[in-house]
Design a protein around this ligand. Structure first.
Ligand code: ZN
Length: 354
């Protein structure tokens, strides 16, 4: 039988007790020790439930990450409010902090989440980290006296490399870079200058790794998923993909189930995917609470196998189910049911593809 790899993207909605505890902690109503205990409990419960779906690769569900983008910055004294604003289609926004002083240093590395997760499972664990390009947005346009943008980029490259390397050192099965600003970059700058700049920056990080390590480095792109809304779904995928596959990475985790014109997307992947690259197609729409059937997942993968060699094809979810800690728009149980459908549907596809 043919093997088709299947992996989650990362986040799973936090249980209600954890949501409440995070809010209570914000208001100084519970101590850090209590919050940490509940983070550990939620991580353990998430991994048990992920294992029960049959998932061959596990993530910690990002139960203790404040968000997929801000985790390295938690508690940094060099940051202030008022950074880049990301507008979503439904009108809500997310705002990044901005750097006010150097040197730039991660306060938290993703490997810490991995080490915690590995306590609770013997299965391979993947770890998601934020892209260097997303972190590059923290440097203010007006500059910082005494800390040049050039010095910032040098520090940023070191930190982004360290974030990935620590994951490998801690035994990550693979590392996924969350590069959700890729498609957004095309919306902000249709000339593709900003996207090219982002790709170049991320490649500078990837080039610090060996070819064998790079085969275990992946990148995720999506039109942004927060409170069931997107920030760049209106940017045609075919504009993004030719540049996206220029990333010096082995695995590409692409939002796909939510795309309207799937044949055009498959054709573009076929034209642009490199020999040593593998594409994990999103077969689960995380913005829609309806649970896909395994047969629907199978059919998407069988169709994709007509364009992409099966050895270079995998399945995933379109995005994390809850990239920001306070997003409860997709119920936790629905997320696990959808993951189960992906895994069963991928098995059905294995029996059908050639
Ligand atoms: Zn995503």
């Amino acid at each position: 039988m043919t093997f088709i790899a299947t992996e989650p993207i990362g986040s799973i909605p936090r249980p209600a007790y954890l949501q409440q505890a995070m809010q209570a902690f914000q208001k100084n109503e519970i101590p850090q020790t209590e919050l940490s205990r509940l983070f550990a409990q939620a991580t353990r419960e998430t991994i048990v439930q992920l294992e029960a779906t049959g998932s061959p690769v596990i993530s910690d569900g990002e139960q203790s990450k404040p968000s997929f983008v801000t985790y390295p910055l938690h508690g940094s004294a060099n940051l202030a409010a008022g950074g880049v604003v990301i507008p979503f289609a439904d009108g809500h926004t997310r705002q990044l902090p901005q750097l006010i002083a150097g040197p730039f240093k991660y306060e938290q590395y993703a490997a810490d989440y991995l080490i915690e997760a590995k306590k609770y499972t013997a299965l391979p664990v993947k770890q998601a980290v934020i892209s260097a390009s997303a972190m590059s947005l923290l440097y203010p346009a007006e500059g910082i006296p005494g800390y040049s943008q050039q010095q910032f980029i040098a520090d940023l490259l070191d930190q982004a490399e360290a974030d990935i390397r620590k994951c490998f050192d801690a035994g990550a099965y693979n590392v996924q870079i969350d590069f959700t600003e890729a498609r957004l970059a095309l919306k902000l700058d249709p000339s593709k200058g900003l996207l090219s700049q982002f790709i170049d920056l991320n490649n500078q990080v990837f080039d610090r790794f060996t070819a064998a390590e790079r085969s275990r480095i992946g990148v995720h792109t999506c039109p942004g998923g927060d409170h069931d809304s997107t920030h760049s779904a209106d940017v045609p995928y075919t504009e993004l993909l030719p540049l996206f596959f220029k990333l010096h990475a082995g695995n590409f985790y692409l939002e796909y189930a939510g795309e309207q014109d799937k044949k055009t997307v498959l054709q573009s992947i076929k034209e642009n995917i490199g020999e040593n690259q593998k594409v994990f197609l999103g077969v689960i729409d995380v913005l829609n609470p309806r649970i896909e059937t395994p047969e629907e997942v199978r059919d998407l993968l069988v169709e994709a196998s007509e364009y992409i060699p099966v050895a270079q094809l995998g399945s995933t979810d379109d995005c994390g189910f809850s990239p920001f800690a306070d997003d409860v728009s997709t119920a936790r149980e629905i997320a696990f049911e959808k993951i189960k459908a992906r895994i069963q549907g991928t098995k059905l596809a294995e029996a059908k593809v050639k």
